[in-house]
Design a protein around this ligand. Sequence first.
Ligand code: PMP
Length: 399
Amino acid sequence: VGWWDNVGLAPKDPLLSVTEAFIADANPNNINLGVGAFRDDEGKPLVLQCVRDAEARIAGAEYLESISRQGTLKLVEESVKLAYGENSDVVKEGSFAGVQAISGTGACRLFAEFQRRFQPESRIYLPVPTWSNHHNIWRDAQVPQRTFQYYNLASKGLHFSALMDDVKNAPNHSFFLLHPCAHNPTGIDPTEEQWREISYLFKVKNHFPFFDMAYQGFASGDLEKDAQAIRIFLDDGHLIGCAQSFSKTMGLYGQRVGCLSVLCVDKNQATAVKSQLQQIARAMYGNPPAHGALLVSTILGDPGLKSLWVKEAKVMSDRIMKMRAALRDNLERLGSAFNWEHITNQVGMFCYSGLNPEQIDRLGNEFHIYMPNDGRISMAGVTTGNVDYLANAIHEVTK
Ligand code: PMP
């Protein structure tokens, strides 16, 4: 027998199948609503001007050879300021363990590994639904998974009471994964008041909140507002964990820039935690790449570039909101018998449309429109040029 005779084909990522079906369809009207990255109104990937400017500034710097320790430290420092607030005690006191991570995915993976090592009996509670890779990440780190309710099919909104019940019924001292803004895939976030209640209950239950923040600035176009959930938990004195990604918010998907931070009781504990995180990373991939981190820390560390970024993030989030409004408007004008309010109530990159698998099949077969079969529409794939066609197709398959 050969070495790898026992290896079968891995199950296909459902999102890859969406893109494959789109590419295989040569119809000029075809639309890919599976893409998880921002596209401009022409459907093209966007390189932000702040990134271009930062690129010019670092060109020729000596970072190419070195494992830039300075670059990494600066990236972490600027990232935690974004998450916890420039003037937060966490930042002032340095009571956090922060490490550069291989984007948001790598930050989650690193935390999952850390969790297994130092809380070996623990589990992770994931929302239903959640970004599917969360399941893979904690599975591979061998942390058992549980779920908590999040989405309410009937209202196409948050199932707040069910969520609170599940938080209450979980054993004290459990780990929960929360999306602080622009929940993927539903686009539904708790309100400020609901976050306060969640935070309070977490306190009572002594749960650990792990925030996966892949879209800060993308939900509302306002960095501070999108960090509101984290700030509420901070005010309540929680020690939290946070994964940050710059893939979507700076259009740096290919650069893998992220940060993992874990809040600690004091600086000494933070030093210990950080050393363990670094040791885990060392055995997995050595050091994180320098180029993207230098781009991000250059942007965040320079007031001019940072304000340019904030403006550009706002342009991206405004485009998405405009497309939400246009899609809903079109469906209502066509006289759809259904309520499409959720399209504009939901925020961020995704719209959890509520379309069922048969309708989604018809969209593909009859209208050349492709999306994953949970009905998640990437609003980034919607443009001024295709929104009428899309609305019409959705109206046809939901009649
Ligand atoms: N978390 C969530 C909720 C996401 O939607 C994504 C991006 N799809 C990520 C993490 C990680 O993305 P990346 O590794 O590119 O930062």
